[in-house]
Design a protein around this ligand. Structure first.
Ligand SMILES: *Cc1c(COP(=O)(O)O)cnc(C)c1O
Length: 383
């Protein structure tokens, strides 16, 4: 109760509040699955896919086991592999570049724009040149809609088209966001998202989905999802994996999708309040015109020379959790430091990794609790 009145710890993401709001609906949805026992490929999976298609505007939706599998399955379906370069931002969650490397292709890391945290199109152009210089064939680009905000899909799409590359949008953090009036899921050839519990639309386990208007690709993805099966169940026609979303998670997502629009609106209200309360103290996130955000994270930048660890400790002492996404960009991590980066280096990614920090963000962050967070951040800077 009234967490702002006591100085109880503020949750970073409040899944329990969402659970209370959903009431018995999730329990009943799970009970229905327990009753019909179709735990794999049950009716809820088909129903969810058609609801996600309606929500996003994409023609075909293929649900899958995780956001990482969503990326992986697309790259497998497109036959991306050794000798291919796939361009992706370095300032992202590691799964973006990991999926590329797992196929045997080479991730070529490009820089991001410091204002939006999303792919810098000039660095993308340099990255393509770098790939060609290395004797790699630029096959695809994976823009990431980081922290919930749409990347600049028109600019990226134009470059990809000119180079004969396909676009795989990593919307793991941004399902529900839009760009120029259209929901993500409809940009590039294909879009991947994640339903990990902490994502804006999360299930109660792992899950993901792939969106495309390309019927042939959708059919190939359905084959990859089940070990590359062909029309004869026992003659597998390609390599695949166990990539299915289970029925229980689909049933849960159907219930959560009903309140998702409302949650997106609530997250935007929270972001506006943060912007008003903190805009003159720290660098608050900037949503580029033409796009919207679903605020997977509310990520601020501390003023030059700030002690980030000290700042986090000051907030923690007041019961306010923070998180750093991401303290190391991909090209700075042990597993990825030998992969190429775009000519000119990735200075923006490196600066962001040094000065970003994320504040509690969810649809159930009430005003008094948020005031506590704002006061603590201002207090840390003597304001
Ligand atoms: C979470 C995330 C993924 C991977 O999703 P999982 O469901 O955890 O596998 C991929 N890309 C980005 C940008 C993510 O944030």
């Amino acid at each position: 109760m009234n967490q702002h009145l006591r100085s109880e710890p503020v949750p970073f993401i409040d899944l329990a509040a969402q659970r209370r709001r959903l009431g018995k609906s999730v329990d009943e949805a799970v009970s229905r699955v327990l009753a019909h026992c179709q735990f794999i490929n049950g009716p809820e999976v088909i129903q969810l896919e058609s609801q996600l298609a309606a929500f996003s505007g994409a023609r075909h939706v293929v649900t899958c086991a995780s956001g990482t599998d969503a990326l992986m399955m697309v790259l497998m379906a497109k036959g991306v592999g050794r000798g291919d370069a796939v361009l992706c931002p370095s300032f992202t969650f590691c799964a973006t570049g990991e999926a590329v490397a797992l196929t045997g292709a080479t991730p070529v890391f490009v820089d991001v724009d410091e204002a939006t945290f999303n792919m810098d199109v000039n660095s993308l152009k340099r990255g393509i040149a770098t790939a060609i210089k290395l004797g790699l064939k630029p096959r695809a680009v994976i823009p990431v809609d980081l922290f919930g905000q749409s990347a600049d899909h028109d600019a990226i799409g134009a470059i990809a088209e000119a180079e004969g590359m396909f676009v795989l949008d990593d919307a793991a953090q941004a399902f529900g966001a839009s760009y120029k009036g259209r929901r993500l899921g409809t940009f590039g050839l294909v879009t991947a998202t994640s339903f990990f519990p902490a994502k804006p639309l999360g299930c109660f386990g792992d899950g993901g989905a792939i969106f495309t208007d390309d019927a042939e690709l959708a059919a190939t993805l359905r084959s990859v999802r089940v070990h590359g099966q062909g029309s004869d169940k026992y003659d597998n026609v390609r390599l695949g994996l166990t990539g299915r979303l289970d029925t229980m998670q689909a049933a849960i997502l159907i219930e959560k999708l009903k309140i998702f629009e409302d949650e997106i609106a609530a997250r935007n209200k929270v972001a506006e309040r943060y912007g008003r309360g903190l805009g003159n103290i720290v660098t608050v996130p900037h949503v580029a015109s033409g796009g919207t955000s679903v605020w997977a994270q509310y990520t601020i930048r501390l003023p030059k020379g700030s002690d980030r660890d000290g700042f986090a400790a000051t907030l923690k002492a007041q019961g306010i959790p923070t998180a750093i996404y991401y303290p190391k960009s991909m090209h700075q991590q042990t597993a990825y430091r030998d992969f190429p980066v775009a000519d000119g280096g990735l200075p923006a990614s490196e600066r962001l990794s040094d000065d970003v920090i994320s504040l509690p963000m969810h649809a159930y962050l009430d005003e008094p609790t948020q005031e506590r967070v704002i006061k603590a951040v201002r207090g840390a800077f003597g304001a």
